[in-house]
Design a protein around this ligand. Structure first.
Ligand code: FAD
Length: 489
């Protein structure tokens, strides 16, 4: 009998293939195959992880179970009891939606996650704060992606991070649907029915699901109905990202990364770049991952002089409108900056491609950052309550030079899970909202320095992460406007 014919060895091979799958499609396909082979029902969210563990009792799987079990044994999850009757809909399979879904599953909730895209294609590389590295390591990130933060590396591409979290979410019984667009909420129609979602395709089975918690993690441009955003306007800031193919040669491996050089710290470098290449930057970062990734803030005048931007315009949207950008000049600008900043040691720089099969270079404006005015809300119709929470970029847009996206995104994911825990435990809804908003007040100020240094003790309980957090700084009476009940608004 060959290994592939032996059912035990085949299940190990299928699991190994799932663990190492490198695309969203392969993860999902390998997962389905594994479930079919092991005769496991992935929708049996309550027992799925336990049964999978029983069936895969060999070293590679066991190493992962040990890590997951350690996390799941934390008293905050109380063996999945707090949310055993809670049904959650999570919108968006970005890093923050996936991270939240994992926590909700650990709390015992039934979790359905919807994602409009069918592939994970973002090459851009994210800088991670130390606590997020530890968090991901403790969840077995290295099993799924062997290169995860090896040595002193503190970054990962968005797509690799999504792949790690997607695999974990599936293992924990989260029901994930890709290629499904969320188009809004459907209110309960009669007293017996619950909250549902309007989806595209509208015939998708998930459109008939009823839920009592809705988590929006749809990214920076997505604001669910009823939420307001504040705009923080800074001085004009134009970012450029560029990804080049990493052929993984010895020569490429030797080129040192640039983990954030700002103009004030290396004036000579930026002066030389301007004199020799006509490129004027505020800062530049270079990380090596699946691609050679560069991100920089460019000054408008040098973009005009180099013909990247064709016509000056006081309105940033019009300034960076595709019709006002010379694509070829932008590619040259990004390649020249990359070559110069790495001392021309990266041979034959060749652009990696994006999801549209075009050179992966983007220019974007981050002059205005948005932040949601509040992070939660309760809606009630026909006597059915729905708790809504925001996480990730749709809650607070990050400032990329500080690498706050994932760090604050995961903090909000934990805070949101804590809120859903209270909800599941039957805490009065005004109390749940008041506590959540008390914690949310801290998020925008968080830095690696003012959050707890005891990363090993981090849990979904805010007091493990924010020193001196006051969970009742906002009183229930102050969040009355976040309770949206039929006939009152
Ligand atoms: P996203 O990653 O945007 O995911 C949202 C998901 O929701 C998407 O997959 C989208 O397809 C889906 N979606 C949206 N609408 C719908 C809908 N209607 N129906 C179904 N699905 C939907 N962060 C760092 O921590 N460190 C860094 O160094 C860093 N550098 C950055 C550099 C640049 C240039 C940029 C632009 C950002 C950077 N960030 C960085 C920020 C980081 O990328 C984001 O914080 C992070 O990706 C946000 O995750 P998210 O899950 O909130 O949203």
């Amino acid at each position: 009998m060959t290994d592939q014919q032996n059912p035990v060895n085949l299940s190990h091979a299928l699991f190994d293939r799932f663990v190492l799958a490198g695309t969203c499609k392969d993860v999902r396909q390998n997962f389905s195959e594994l479930c079919r082979h092991l005769q496991l029902d992935a929708q049996d969210y309550r027992h799925f992880y336990g049964k999978l563990k029983e069936k895969l009792n060999y070293w590679n799987a066991k190493e992962l179970w040990e890590k997951i079990d350690k996390r799941a044994a934390h008293p905050d999850y109380d063996q999945g009891k707090p949310c055993a009757k809670t049904k959650c809909l999570v919108l968006g399979a970005g890093p923050c939606g996936l991270r939240t879904a994992i926590e909700l599953a650990l709390l015992g909730a039934q979790v359905v996650l919807l994602e409009k895209r069918t592939s994970f294609s973002r090459n851009n590389v994210l800088h991670l704060w130390p606590y997020t590295i530890r968090d991901l390591r403790n969840l077995g990130a290295k099993k799924f992606y062997g290169k995860f933060c090896s040595g002193s590396l503190d970054h990962i591409s968005i797509r690799q991070l999504q792949l790690i979290l997607l695999k974990l979410a599936l293992i924990l019984g989260v029901e994930v649907h890709t290629g499904v667009t969320y188009n809004g909420l459907v209110e309960p129609q009669a007293s017996g029915t619950g909250w549902r979602a309007l989806l595209l395709p509208d015939s998708h089975p998930a459109s008939s699901y009823q839920f009592d918690v809705f988590i929006s993690a749809g990214g920076g441009r997505f604001v669910p109905d009823g939420f307001k955003r504040k705009e923080l306007r800074g001085k004009l800031a134009i970012g450029i990202t560029a990804n080049f193919v990493n052929h993984r040669t010895k020569a490429e491996a030797q080129v040192p990364e640039i983990s954030g050089v700002a103009r004030i710290y290396n004036q000579k470098f930026f002066r030389d770049l301007q004199t020799e290449m006509g490129i004027d930057l505020e800062n530049i970062v270079y990380y090596k991952d699946d691609t050679h990734y560069f991100v920089m803030t460019a000054k408008k005048n040098s973009l005009l002089k180099k013909g990247v931007i064709m016509q000056d315009n006081a309105n940033v949207e019009q300034l960076l409108a595709p019709a006002n950008v010379n694509g070829e000049a932008l590619l040259n600008y990004a390649r020249d900056a990359a070559e110069f900043s790495t001392g021309r040691k990266l041979p034959n720089l060749e652009f990696a491609t994006n999801h549209n099969a075009e050179a992966d270079v983007a220019m974007f404006d981050f002059t205005c950052m948005h932040r949601a005015e509040y992070s939660s809300m309760v809606m009630e119709r026909k006597g059915k309550k729905l708790l809504i929470g925001l996480v990730g970029d749709c809650l607070v847009e990050p400032f990329w030079p500080l690498g706050t996206g994932i760090a604050r995104g995961f903090l909000a994911a934990f805070d949101t899970a804590w809120m859903v825990r209270s909800w599941g435990k039957g805490t009065a809804h005004m109390q749940v909202l008041a506590e959540r908003e008390s914690v949310y007040q801290l998020l925008s100020q968080t830095t690696p320095e003012n959050t707890s240094k005891n990363h090993a003790a981090y849990s979904i309980d805010p007091s493990t992460r924010y020193p001196n957090v006051n969970m009742s700084s906002i009183k229930p009476i102050q969040v009355k406007h976040l309770y949206n009940v039929e006939g009152h608004l």
